[in-house]
Every structure is written in structure tokens, then in C-alpha cells.
Design a binder for this molecule. Structure first.
Ligand code: NDP
Length: 337
């Protein structure tokens, strides 16, 4: 049973060498009187929050990885054996698993049965999984969008951002995204239907850039990165704007987080800035599927994936999230069936 284990707690930017690919042992049987499920892992999801779990002192309520043990994460798997009445051999599921070929997991964790297989299975790590739910809940539930509003999205070409932009276009909003390369900017404009996009690494004055794209200001800022981008956005928000705070990836690897200086705009402009976690919204999952599946089938929502082949290439794919190497949702293929 090939596994990816954390070598030791990480300080600063994570490196490939912070993880090891090892041969572990696993009994390919569910123990008697256990309700665990034995999974064959097919696709693993690389998600930015995994860096937070690599720290010794993690944020309250999230926990930390254990050095020497396989990483845990979201994935798509096939049930090989089940001690739980809700799952049976041959079922396809997505949810919490581990970075290894086979895993024994308690189904008390997030574990959804996959009912629709006319779409790529890997989509359940992205558009039909946690990032899709995040985009949907963060934009519609937290962002409270209205037709005609101005929406700005950071990390816009990523797993979550590319969907927020497309959902905003479906709502009739004007949508601009920022991303870290020309390739990503072209993708946003030419494939994902954004009205505008820019490479934030090439802009020396983000405030001026935002003023150029949003002469009348921003109604909704979907926050994925934090730091300097947030500070510039605060100067450009409109009255009664909303900032769903989804993530702050620019801060996850810093030992000393950057300060944000323009927060007083929240008061003057009566802005609602609200952090959220997707976990709070999984009760909307079937409603979300009803919304998004027809759009996928009709080609009205598209999804860009970045596929790494093989569990041993997982560490490089995962650390690539923090340098922007991934173009779209980063997936690791362990097995295809
Ligand atoms: P992405 O697929 O967007 O991958 C991460 C991207 O972040 C990189 O490709 C890179 O894109 C960008 N990035 C990396 N470092 C920086 C930096 N220093 N400054 C600016 N951008 C940077 O990831 P996801 O779509 O999966 O996640 C996006 C955000 O959403 C993250 O902050 C994540 O933590 C958060 N999230 C929150 C959830 C919740 O429940 N609240 C659930 C899921 C995700 P680029 O080349 O454009 O810089």
C-alpha cells in the first residue's frame, strides 16, 4: 500500500521533501464488528488548507497531520468492502480519505455516494465536490449577489475561483479576476467567460489597476488570497459591498502574517465581510448538484483541471499550489478504476 506521509511539521513554504512516498501495510479486510469502509483511492484532491494541517500548531478546530502518517484529504474512491449499511462493495464515493492506494476510513467523516457518472469522476474532487460547494455557498449564500453587480475574484483560475466567476456570469454580473500568469489570464478571458482579468504579479499599483477595471467600485469581492490584494480591494469597495472570505492563501506560509491597513472602509462603506467554511453548507449539496449538473451537461459551465499522474507525484502537485504551478483544479490520479 503506497502512501504519502508527512516527514515532519512544516515551517514556511512547504517543499516536496517535506513528504515521503513509502510502502505501508494495510489489511485488505474490514475488521469484524467495525463499521469502517475499505476504499480503493482513485483521485486525490490537492487543497490549500492542507498546508495549514502541516503546521505543528494548527488553527483551532482544524487539527494537524501526524508526522510519519499518511496525509488525509479529499478524494474519489471505490468501496471494496463495507461494514456500514449505507455503503456496499462497488459503490463510488467522494469524501475524506488518505493519501495512499487503499484506505480504511470511518464513514462518520464526509463520505458522499456518487450517483451521477456521466461526467468525469475526477470532477468530484472539484466542481462536483468540496471546491464546487465552496464556490456555490460562498457566492450565493454569503455573497448575496444581484444581477448587474460588479464582482472581483482573486486566485480566479483555481478550483474555486473559476466557478465563482462562471456563477457570477450566470447571475448577470460584471466579473473580473486576478491570477498569477498570462496563461491563466488568457484562460479567464477566453475560456471561462470573465469580462476582464489581469496578472497581479505584473501590476505595481493594485489600487490603480482595480480603479481601471471597476471605475464605479466593487460590489462583491470573493476573497481567496488576503494580504496586499485585500488591502487594495478595500479602497475600491462600494457602499453595502460584501466580501465572502473564503481563503487567504498568500498568508498560509508566512511566519509573520502581513498587516491589512484599510479595514476602516468596512465602517464608512457599511461593508459586510464574512468568513465561512464549506463544512457549514454541505446540507445544500443535493440542491447544488441540481443546479450545477444541467449546466455542465449543456456546456454552460466548464471546468479546468490540472492532472498529475501517480501518487508519487502527489507531493510536487500539492506544493505547487503555493507557487501557482497548477492551472485549474489540481488532481492526483492514483488509479482510474
Ligand atoms: P487554487 O486551485 O486556486 O490553487 C491555489 C492558487 O492560489 C494558486 O494556483 C495560485 O494562483 C494562488 N496563490 C498561491 N500563492 C499565492 C499568493 N501568495 N498570492 C496570491 N495568490 C496565490 O486553490 P482553491 O481554489 O482550491 O482555493 C482557493 C482559496 O479558497 C484558498 O485560499 C483556499 O484556502 C480557500 N478555500 C476555502 C474553503 C472554505 O471552506 N472556506 C474551501 C476551499 C478552498 P495564481 O497563479 O493565480 O497566483
Amino acid at each position: 500500500n503506497k502512501q504519502v506521509v508527512l516527514r515532519d511539521y512544516v515551517v514556511g513554504f512547504p517543499k516536496e521533501s517535506d513528504m515521503n512516498t513509502v510502502e505501508g501495510r494495510i489489511s485488505l479486510k474490514v475488521p469484524e464488528d467495525s463499521n469502517d469502509v475499505l476504499l480503493k483511492n482513485l483521485y486525490l484532491s490537492c487543497d490549500p488548507y492542507m498546508r495549514v494541517l502541516m503546521s505543528k500548531i494548527s488553527h483551532e478546530g482544524i487539527g494537524s497531520y501526524t508526522p510519519g502518517s499518511p496525509l488525509t484529504g479529499l478524494g474519489v474512491s471505490k468501496v471494496l468492502e463495507s461494514g456500514h449499511p449505507d455503503y456496499k462493495k462497488g459503490d463510488l464515493v467522494w469524501g475524506m480519505t488518505k493519501w495512499e492506494e487503499f484506505s480504511l476510513v470511518p464513514p462518520a467523516q464526509i463520505l458522499f455516494k456518487i450517483e451521477h457518472t456521466d461526467v468525469p469522476l475526477s470532477y468530484y474532487t472539484g466542481i462536483l465536490g468540496m471546491p464546487g460547494m465552496t464556490a456555490y455557498a460562498g457566492f450565493f449564500e454569503v455573497g448575496s449577489p444581484k444581477k448587474g453587480e460588479n464582482v472581483f475574484i482573486s486566485a480566479a483560475s483555481g478550483a474555486v475561483g473559476q466557478l465563482v466567476g462562471q456563477f457570477a456570469k450566470l447571475t448577470g454580473c460584471y466579473v473580473v479576476g486576478s491570477a498569477g500568469s498570462k496563461e491563466k489570464v488568457d484562460l479567464l478571458k477566453n475560456k471561462l467567460g470573465f469580462d476582464g482579468a489581469f496578472n497581479y504579479k505584473k501590476e505595481s499599483d493594485l489600487d490603480a489597476t482595480l480603479k481601471r477595471y471597476f471605475p464605479e467600485g466593487i460590489d462583491i469581492y470573493f476573497e481567496n488570497v488576503g494580504g496586499k490584494t485585500l488591502d487594495a480591494v478595500l479602497l475600491n469597495m462600494r457602499f453595502h459591498g460584501r466580501i465572502p472570505v473564503c481563503g487567504m492563501i498568500s498568508q498560509y506560509n508566512l511566519t509573520q502574517p502581513e498587516g491589512v491597513t484599510n479595514l476602516a472602509n468596512l465602517i464608512f462603506k457599511q461593508i459586510r465581510m464574512e468568513g465561512f467554511t464549506v463544512v457549514k453548507f454541505y446540507h445544500l449539496y443535493s440542491k447544488f448538484l441540481e443546479f450545477v449538473l444541467p449546466h455542465i451537461r449543456e456546456g454552460k459551465v466548464v471546468y479546468v483541471e490540472d492532472i498529475a499522474e501517480g501518487l508519487e507525484n502527489g507531493p510536487a502537485a500539492l506544493v505547487g499550489l503555493y507557487t501557482g504551478r497548477n492551472v485549474g483544479k489540481q488532481v492526483v490520479v492514483v488509479a482510474r478504476d
